[in-house]
Design a protein around this ligand. Structure first.
Ligand code: SF4
Length: 501
């Protein structure tokens, strides 16, 4: 079943007439340019959440919506240009801790252009004040973002596209500032939409093809994301489960397979990626899904994520036959004591076992690693570096934990903080930021780098980067052909041991 695709005209052409202006311009705040992680095996996918909300608003409220994809733009200033030209009544921004600053600058730009601003997502759920003080009118609850955004849009229409405290108070679960600049919420909750009733995300053909073409240029599989579930019932420490909460719900296998086949027929795509918080979960559903996909036609290459403590090897055989080619494994740390203290629910042994199980089915394995965890010391980081070196994964996604995350103040976290790591945890970020950055860079570069002790190499690398003249030169000559060669040479000198055969 083909779904309607939105028209994204925010990126080119002249000002729009009143009839052409969208009611709502939806975007995320991820910019590929400044993201150093692109040097690893990562490649961003067209974002799902704004596209999902856009599809719901179009279907339920006949809203004039447009998507603005920030991925390949230069920065938040490009967004200001787009909003000035398109002049939507309102802007909706997806928030995430890693894109916070960009989102704040974008929402300020939208306010300057006279648009009402809605934000939604895990970061605004956890830190609503950060966004409201930066200029957002309303924080829409992220776990039910489609239904809540629809209510916000109806309230906005009723108040002539200008939010008032009265109109904001009509949106269940929304957070906003009242006339006295106090944080307010009416405390209600919109009803949850069954996942099979949600329309498939808007996938604007031109933007989608731009995404696919970019990754072909970088010789990575042309991939599109989709989602089969929401929520995560697993108990990892330092995870607030704040995107879609702990309640786990899943689409029917038939609906997921229909979307996969439609995507494969509509776009030149090499691989489909499940952007679920955890995909390899619930053996019964996975068996039904694999059977349904196998019956629907030839195998379709796809990948998903797994949790080392909840991997069921029995489901792998059928999934591999249906097209599973790669698994991203959560492997927060290689330190046994750190994982135990932070109540992560698995140990390094589980990680090694899971990798062996996955590889025994010929699957490619990527790792998702966290650095900068509370209480993490040099020995813990060494253990993580060693784990990555031993596993030699096909790609490592390294994230810096946010030591100020409100997840730290969850009720059940207090026990951890009061435990044996109290002193270290109280200081939170126990390793200096540059060390964590270098460790992250080294892990991302694992497949290409050569050298001995990463820390010795890393300190030399940092020392070199402190030469201001070199940094100024590299910044001043972004388009000089020699810059690429210098960058290539610099990366050849990055720290790290040779990859094991
Ligand atoms: S599997 Fe991912 S989403 Fe689920 S609890 Fe662990 S870290 Fe959080």
């Amino acid at each position: 079943m083909a779904r309607s695709a939105g028209t994204c005209c925010a990126g080119s052409g002249g000002p729009l007439s009143a009839a052409e202006r969208p009611e709502l311009l939806l975007t995320h705040a991820y910019f590929l340019g400044p993201d150093r992680r692109r040097r690893g095996a990562l490649y961003p996918l067209p974002p799902l959440q704004p596209a999902q909300v856009a599809a719901w608003l179009r279907e339920k409220a006949s809203a004039r919506v447009e998507l603005w994809d920030s991925t390949f733009r230069r920065g938040p200033s490009s967004f200001e240009v787009a909003v000035s030209r398109v002049r939507p009544a309102a802007v909706w921004i997806y928030t995430h801790p890693t894109t916070r600053l960009g989102a704040q600058r974008m929402l300020s730009a939208a306010r300057r252009c006279g648009a009402a601003v809605l934000v939604s997502g895990p970061d605004s759920d956890l830190n609503p004040l950060l966004y409201l003080e930066a200029g957002a009118d309303i924080v829409v609850p992220g776990d039910r973002m489609e239904a809540a955004t629809l209510r916000a849009l109806l309230a906005l229409r009723a108040s002539h596209h200008r939010f008032t405290v009265d109109s904001l108070a009509q949106v269940p679960g929304a957070v906003y500032l009242d006339d006295a600049y106090q944080l307010c919420s009416n405390g209600g909750r919109v009803a949850e939409i069954p996942l099979d009733e949600l329309p498939w995300p808007e996938r604007e053909p031109v933007q989608t093809r731009i995404h696919l073409g970019r990754w072909l240029d970088h010789r990575v599989p042309r991939s599109l994301a989709l989602s089969s579930s929401r929520g995560c019932p697993l108990p990892c420490g330092f995870c607030s489960n704040s995107v879609f909460g702990r309640a786990y719900r899943r689409r029917s296998p038939e609906s997921v397979v229909a979307e996969m086949r439609t995507l494969a027929d509509s776009f030149a795509v090499d691989r489909l990626v499940f952007a679920d918080e955890v995909f390899l979960f619930d053996g019964h559903w996975l068996a039904e899904f694999a059977a349904c996909l196998s019956e629907s036609g030839p195998p379709l290459a796809f990948e998903g994520s797994a949790h080392p403590g909840a991997l069921d090897p029995a489901s792998l055989s059928a999934l591999v036959e249906a097209g599973l080619v790669r698994v991203e494994l959560d492997a927060a740390s290689g330190s046994d004591s750190l994982l135990r203290n932070l109540e992560w629910g698995y140990s390094p042994s589980d990680i090694y076992r899971a990798v062996a199980d996955l590889r025994s089915y010929g699957l490619e394995v990527g790792l998702k690693v966290l650095v900068g965890l509370p209480g993490e010391g040099r020995a813990d980081l060494d253990a993580t570096l060693e784990m990555v070196q031993i596993i030699a994964p096909a790609g490592v996604e390294v994230c810096r934990a946010d030591p100020n995350s409100p997840a730290l103040f969850r009720k059940d976290w207090q026990r951890v903080i009061a435990g044996p790591v109290f002193e270290a945890a109280a200081r939170l970020d126990t390793l200096p930021g540059p060390v964590l950055d270098v460790a992250a860079e080294w892990m991302s570069q694992l497949g290409r780098a050569s050298g001995s002790d990463p820390f010795d190499q890393a300190s030399r690398y940092l020392h070199r980067l402190r030469i201001p003249a070199l940094r100024a030169l590299l910044r001043a000559l972004p388009s000089w052909p020699g810059t690429a060669a210098m960058e290539w040479k610099r990366r050849r000198r990055l720290p790290g041991p040779a990859r094991k055969p």
